[in-house]
Each structure stands twice: as C-alpha cells, then as structure tokens.
Design a protein around this ligand. Sequence first.
Ligand code: F6R
Length: 252
Amino acid sequence: MIKIYYSKNKEEAGMKAARCVAEIVNRKKNAVLGLATGSSPEDMYLELAAMYQRGEVSFRDVRSINLDEYIGLDKNHDQSYAYFMRHHLFDKVDIDIKNTYLPNGLEADYEYECRRYDELFNSLGGVDVQVLGIGLNGHIGFNEPSDSFTVGTSAVRLTDSTIKANSRFFESETDVPTMAFSMGIGQIMEAKKIILLANGEAKAEILERALFGPVTPKVPASILRFAKDVEVYADEKALSVILEKHSENVIR
Ligand code: F6R
C-alpha cells in the first residue's frame, strides 16, 4: 500500500518524513534505520538533527545501515556516502558511530564485500524503516534499470545517466566513480516500512511512472508497488505529473 503525501516544498517534505522516522525511533529505541544519501533526504536529516537538539528524539540505541557507497572512495573522501552521513546526521545526533554501517568503498574484493554486507544486513534482524530517494532513471539504491530485480548486495556499474546526475557533487564528470556497492531490491523490500522522498521537477515524470506505470525492473522503483507499507513525501514539483493524472491519490 502506497500513501502519497503532498508537500508545498522540499523543506516541508523533509519535515514530514523526519516526523515519521522520529515516531518509529520513539516507539522502538533500538530501531534499525535503512538510510540513503543524496539531495532528497537532506532536509529530513536537518529536521532530525533539530528534533534531537530540541530533545524530541534520541538515537542512542539506534542502528543504521546505508543503501550504498561508491567503490574507490575512502570513507573520509568528502563525496563518500560515509562522509555524507557523518556530516548530515551522525555527527549531529547521539547515535553511536559503531552502530552505523555502510559498505566499505575501498574493498577490492567485491564478492567478499557484498557477502559481508549481506551478513551484516541479516544480523540486524530487519530494517524498521528504509529511506529512499529515486534516481532520474527510476533507480533505488544504486539498483539501475535492468532485466531483473537484484536480491542481495552487489557491485554495480553506474549508468551514464546516474554518473551525469551525480557529477553535480564532483569537480568534473570524470571524477565520479563508475561503480558502487548497493543493497539489493530484495533487501529494500524486506523493510517493515519504506519512505520515498522526491523533490523537484526533474523527478516528476519518473515518479509517476514508478508509482502508476507497469511494475518492471526497467523502472526499479516500480517494485515498491508490491511493498506492504510505503509513504511517499514529495514536493509539488515532483508531484506535478501525478497531480495532473492521478490527483485523487495524493493526500494533502
Ligand atoms: C543514495 C541512493 C540513490 C539516490 C538517488 C537520488 O544513497 O541510494 O538512489 O537516492 O540517486 O539522488 P538525489 O536525492 O541526489 O536526487
């Protein structure tokens, strides 16, 4: 079941998503959070840090596992997802850094790292809430459009569209790593709850295709239609095509 929540802007979407995550953590102190990076969840992390400051939530016993990491980047590289997470959330709240997990982007043995991450994922005993963004091509995590849905963690080659989209964070397109470790679609689908964030006009078309088009590995996010509990927090721009074609499905 997918609930699509309207927000006027990305700040509002981030705030609503943060409240949803905080509610879960307040109910279950040692909740497992599945986390994403990129611009989509930035406002959510900002609000979670503010809620922590206001004493409204504590992450002391929380464990987290991230979706993905670039292959070839050290965890201290300012574009690594490990760095992103410290900068946007971990350094701003009381989470124990030892309870936060990301793939090791420097592991040269890809097969080893994927199995290690799968074992780690299994040892956490289930993700309570998985946060996702959506790529311009419909990817979730770095599960790019394909002929089949991935199950576990894999080393993926990023598509040209993803490299181009992510080049905005690097000095030049050639600096963007071409591969990443990513949790699989099967693992994402195991989460008890999924929050999908989308902002801006560039996401409008793919968001409509994912949520209302055919379920196909060509649009990886379309698999979310088979998930039990999905909440979409999107701004007006990202919702523009959905509002035009399926406005009755949007909760205001
Ligand atoms: C990041 C991730 C990616 C992003 C997606 C959207 O951890 O898994 O799937 O969520 O590429 O990126 P932004 O939010 O930067 O538009």
